[in-house]
Ligand binder design. Structure first.
Ligand SMILES: [Zn+2]
Length: 65
């Protein structure tokens, strides 16, 4: 099990369980929400830094590539 841990204020910490069907990103061009599955996520982590990665939705990917 993986989870996201974040400090929301001094000493207040939250943990959110991470399920592979609950990973989302947002298209940097149109703002559309995109669901990422674990295989796609593995590809992203393998090739580049997760935090700086932009994943375009199908429509915008056509224009970008
Ligand atoms: Zn888009």
């Amino acid at each position: 099990m993986f989870y996201i841990k974040t400090n929301i204020s001094n000493g207040v910490e939250i943990k959110i369980d991470l399920f592979e069907d609950e990973i989302y990103t947002q298209c940097p061009k149109c703002g559309k929400e995109i669901q990422i599955n674990s295989e796609e996520l593995a590809d992203i982590i393998k090739d580049q830094c997760l935090a700086s990665t932009n994943v375009y939705c199908k429509d915008c990917a056509k224009e970008v590539i």
